[in-house]
Design a protein around this ligand. Structure first.
Ligand code: G1P
Length: 295
């Protein structure tokens, strides 16, 4: 059994980039085709072998926990009507051997602080962090990028940070890795010598950006505890990782799949199209519609 069983998913963000859609619905509950974004992300974790999912949440986001809970009335009604297929789709969102728990982040003090809120549940085990804004689509691959990162962590003991190359004028939106001029091929990892959160383009050590999947040792919680506010006045996970790599190996894993930033309007629309073109119920109709639009 893998030593990496836990995933921390921070869902306490306010979703300001997708307002007004996210005013009273958490952005994580916006659907991509027929499932909320958070369900796509939880399914990715489960497919990667995760057994304990820890949501870091806040007031007003209770519907996220409800989504993964049993809905007796709905189930009874679907069962009475004999709608077996839909019934199964809401009953088996996560397998019986996967637990979902939650902790609160009382104040929006940054991603590093959100992760730290889960420290007692992580309980010093290695764990993954999944940022739910980012959907990672591994298309027809049987395994996910995240499961490859977990295997790399188990084989080498090096923390794994998923990266992809971004345009140079976009580096100030991301955590950026310094890999001493090396660029890993897709599916490979190389050592990181420095990390910097949202650098100005002229100060960025590369264009290899952190895209929202991490495999980390339990010790990162102690480092987060000692991390001072950084970019944007927030406690940054990137800053704690920059400290970690001074004494422990930390590697940049270059992703194979495609990412969609559902925290932005354009990324969210792109996700709909990409996932809609893969969904058996919508792919043919959507393909025909897009061909027609292009005429
Ligand atoms: C966070 C991280 C950043 C990472 C990004 C990926 O930033 O702090 O290092 O590159 O997610 O989406 P945020 O987008 O929350 O500002």
């Amino acid at each position: 059994m893998s030593s990496v069983q836990k995933a921390v998913i921070p869902v306490a963000g306010l979703g300001t980039r997708v307002l007004p859609a996210s005013k009273s619905i958490p952005k994580e509950m916006l659907p991509v085709v027929d499932k909320p974004v958070i369900q796509h992300v939880v399914e990715e974790a489960v497919k990667s072998g995760i057994k304990e999912i820890i949501l870091v949440t806040r007031s007003g986001k209770g519907v996220i926990e409800d989504h993964f809970d049993k809905h007796y009335e709905l189930e009874a009604e679907l069962s009475r009507k004999g709608k077996t297929e839909i019934l199964e789709s809401i009953q088996n969102i996560v397998p019986a051997d996967v637990t979902i728990s939650s902790v609160r982040q009382p104040e929006a003090l940054g991603l590093g602080h959100a992760i730290q809120c889960a420290a007692s549940l992580v309980n010093n085990s290695p764990f993954v962090v999944i940022l739910p804004d980012v959907l990672v689509n591994n298309y027809t691959n049987n395994s996910t990028d995240l499961s490859k990162m977990i295997s790399a962590y188990e084989a080498t003991g090096a923390s794994q940070i998923m990266v992809e190359a971004v345009p140079e004028d976009k580096v100030q939106m991301y955590g950026i890795t310094d890999c001493e001029g090396k660029t890993p091929s897709a599916g490979e990892s190389v050592a990181i010598s420095r990390m910097v959160e949202k650098p100005a383009p002229e100060e960025a050590p590369s264009n290899l950006a952190v895209v929202g999947r991490y495999v980390l040792p339990g010790e990162i919680m102690q480092l987060l505890d000692e991390t001072k506010p950084g970019a944007g006045g927030e406690i940054q996970l990137t800053d704690a990782l920059d400290t970690l790599l001074q004494s422990n190996p930390v590697e940049a894993y270059r992703m194979m799949g495609k990412t969609y930033d559902c925290g932005s309007k354009l990324g969210y629309l792109q996700a709909h199209l990409a996932y809609g073109l893969q969904h058996p119920e919508t792919k043919d109709g959507l393909t025909a519609f897009l061909n027609d639009l292009g005429k």
